[in-house]
Design a protein around this ligand. Sequence first.
Ligand code: AMP
Ligand code: MG
Length: 594
Amino acid sequence: MSDTLPRPDWLRVYGITGRKNAGKTGLTERLIEHFTASGLRVAAIKRAHHATRIDHEGTDSDRMRAAGAAQVVLSSPERVGVMTELRGAEPPGLETLLSQIAPCDLVLIEGFKDAPHPKIEAWRDALPQPPLAPGRNITALATKGTPPDQADGLRRFELDDTAAIADFIAAELGLSGGRKRSSMPPGVDWLPVAEAQARLRAALRPLGGAETRRIETARGRVLAEDALARRASPPRPNSAVDGYGVAHGTLDGPAKRAAGRAAAGQPFEGTLAPGEAVRILTGAILPEGVDTVILQEETRIEGDLAHFARIPRRGANTRAAGEDVPEGAIALHAGMRLRAPDIALLAALGVAEIRTRPALRVGVLSTGDEIIADPASPALPHQIWDANRPMLLGLAAAWGAVPVDLGRAEDRPEAIEAALDRGAAEADLILTSGGASTGDEDHVARLLAERGRLSSWRIAMKPGRPLALAFWPSGEGGREVPVIGLPGNPVAALVCALIFAKPAADLLEGAGWTEPRGFIVPAAFRKSKGPGRREYLRARLDDQGRAEAFGSEGSGRISGLSWADGLVELDDPAREIHPGDPVRFIPYASFGAG
Ligand code: AMP
Ligand code: MG
């Protein structure tokens, strides 16, 4: 295994070494605790020098390993482990181990004393003479008792003074102080975005149902069953070029020209004799007896003879029957959302009707006394026109859903309740905006808690934060309609709709949970991002393909939504971004947000 992998730019590594029983593991453990408590995400690497069992003997995964699996990925509700059986191969080097680590703020490495990263060496006793075990790049010593002064330039710490050691490591790595707080206010359990997505995904079930539909009306619908090719494509071998068809191996000098020709839609009747050539055009079925086509450009016609500059290999310039799609093959898989090119494929395969999922009906409700539903109506200075409802209705339409306008409800429980009742009767998913936090006027959250089995999450993301999921009873045979409660702020409402509601809508309709496709591009901006939350910046590509970010991150700046063409996603750990650094840009189009 190569061990010269490129290191990602977030990677910050510090080591803890020392002799056996020197207190390495204890120190590593205390440092992990310390850094984690100060809001950092910390990973650890340790190499054991004895055989270890990662999973209990006799468990399913253990049996898979025993049976010879090269790798077993074990996933439980608590943790995920990737176990690679070495079976005598060299254990992977540190770079390979590091490449397995997800983005985080700090990686602490126990052992690996010869690797070049900076390290602290632990000693269980007062400093012995001579002090150093052999090892590279040791920058500090942690010893028991008051360390004597030495003129060796090494920093010395009391082994148990975790805070001082942590500050030193943070300063060495430029970790903004080691005491850097999470960007999220303390005292609350902030849920990481990925965790909130996982909970949403686990709580929802596809609605099912299927209808037969002509392909002309199927764009944007989700296939309920695999679509099979009614006939092979192409149905018969045909010519890929304009030229002359021959039987390979029967030519000995110029060929005799056969009467007639083969063109698309006008097959050649009869069989070509050996030694003859027939005029053939692109797309024409190969006449009986023809297996090879010679390019027109390589042919010279003289009277009834065709001279060829060169005879190509057998089968040249032809397309085999079924080489694109064999008859009966699955052309498109169930669960796929159909686009115009997919419809072309279905038509080409003679498929006129398919089974699709019913279009998802997405109800959209705005809440708030200050919200004026219609931008044509006058608004007093303390009133604002409803931006979220038209935006969310537009998104629903762009996702292929049927938008259901549930209007705007005042901050009165009865008004919101009536709108949700209507939504539950007319929609399969309800998106509300506003009133999702737990302030005095936040009746949506209260109502959903009372009648809708509310789960309310405070999400470690910017913009966003409160997000609610509930199930509103519809009154029809126990049917419950999922309600996603989005924040009121339009910037947060859009980002939460794209990150949470879009994949939820896809899942409900039968397309599965979908991940937006992002692209790694150079940043055209500078930013210092704190740890502990994921951030989405309104962004667009400049003419050199670099992502520029909207000047203000203030979530009140609605103009930035429209200025942008997508979002830059910055993962949870802290990060310093300089122009040219790679960032993940996700175009609006990847969220189906046209
Ligand atoms: P809320 O979550 O109800 O406290 O709303 C948060 C902020 O978003 C407030 O400033 C609201 O005025 C604003 N807001 C809520 N709903 C909308 C909407 N539909 N259109 C525009 N702004 C809204
Ligand atoms: Mg409100």
